[in-house]
Each structure stands twice: as structure tokens, then as C-alpha cells.
Design a protein around this ligand. Structure first.
Ligand code: HEM
Length: 128
């Protein structure tokens, strides 16, 4: 249904394809891969559940795992501005690979995730 939530416009199939694509980029990115488990299936499942609710669909993450407390859950990991940028560039690549998501929806999603990624930064960047 156009005009509904971002979740309605993107749809569950494209969202799942996006998330799987995203983690294939994460696994191949030397700035990010060391932070993640080798088997990304559960991570991807949790991310799909989270994004479903975040974008206006059913609150799957809350139902299965409780309140996300995203910033607290990310505190055990060193997240620098560079890593947040790397995360976002993996998402941009995954969006690029998912043409069934309309460009304006892709832009809106990328902007919303950019705000969350910035909020996850918990460690200053390297001095240059
Ligand atoms: C989990 C890294 C941004 C949502 C994780 C995990 C890592 C991580 C290492 C643990 C994976 C696991 O053990 O399965 C990062 C880094 C980010 C970032 C480096 C850069 C800013 C984000 C953003 C979102 C997000 C922007 C949401 C839009 C999640 C969710 C989980 C997760 C839902 C699963 C939490 C759980 O264990 O239940 N992230 N993340 N992350 N991340 Fe991120």
C-alpha cells in the first residue's frame, strides 16, 4: 500500500533480501567482520525482526527478544565513527543491490539508519 509505512512500501521479501545482502557485505568488510560472530544467521534474523518493527511493521523484535535497548546492547563493541560509516556503507551497497526498493524509500531508509548508526557510536575516532 503506497502511502503506508516504510515497511508497507518495502515489503517483507525485499526487507529480508536487503538484510541478507547487508550481512554479506559486513562479513567481507575488514573494519566490521571482526566484531561479528562467524555465523551471521541469528544476527540477521534479529536485525530483520528489529527493522520490521522500526519501519512500522509488526513489533517482531519486541515480541521475541524484548526491548531492543540498542545503544546498551552495542556498548560491548568498540564503535567508532569510522565503523558507523562502514556499517552505513555496507547498507548503501545492499540497498543498491535491492532494486525492488524504490529509490525514494531507499533514501529514507538510509537516512533513518544513519541517525541510529550515529547514536551507536561509543568510542571516539582515531586522531589524525
Ligand atoms: C547487533 C555492530 C549499528 C541493530 C550487533 C552486534 C554487533 C553490532 C557486533 C552483535 C552481533 C551478534 O552478536 O549477533 C554494529 C556496528 C554498528 C551497528 C559496528 C555501527 C554503527 C546498528 C544499527 C542498528 C543495529 C544502526 C539498527 C538500525 C542491531 C541489532 C542487533 C545488533 C537489532 C541484534 C541485538 C541482539 O543481540 O538482540 N550490532 N551495529 N546496529 N545490531 Fe548493530
Amino acid at each position: 500500500t503506497p502511502g503506508g509505512s516504510l515497511y508497507d512500501r518495502i515489503g517483507p521479501q525485499a526487507l529480508e533480501a536487503l538484510v541478507n545482502r547487508f550481512y554479506s557485505y559486513v562479513a567481507a568488510d575488514p573494519r566490521l567482520a571482526p566484531l561479528f560472530p562467524d555465523d551471521l544467521r541469528l544476527t540477521a534474523e534479529k536485525q530483520l525482526a528489529f527493522l520490521t518493527g522500526f519501519l512500522g511493521g509488526p513489533p517482531l523484535y519486541h515480541q521475541r527478544f524484548g526491548h531492543p535497548r540498542l545503544r546498551a546492547r552495542h556498548l560491548p563493541f568498540v564503535i567508532t565513527p569510522e565503523r558507523a560509516q562502514a556499517w552505513l556503507s555496507c547498507m548503501a551497497s545492499a540497498l543498491h543491490d535491492t532494486p525492488s526498493i524504490a529509490p525514494e524509500d531507499a533514501r529514507e531508509l538510509h537516512a533513518a539508519l544513519g541517525r541510529v548508526a550515529t547514536h551507536m557510536v561509543n568510542t571516539p575516532g582515531e586522531a589524525t
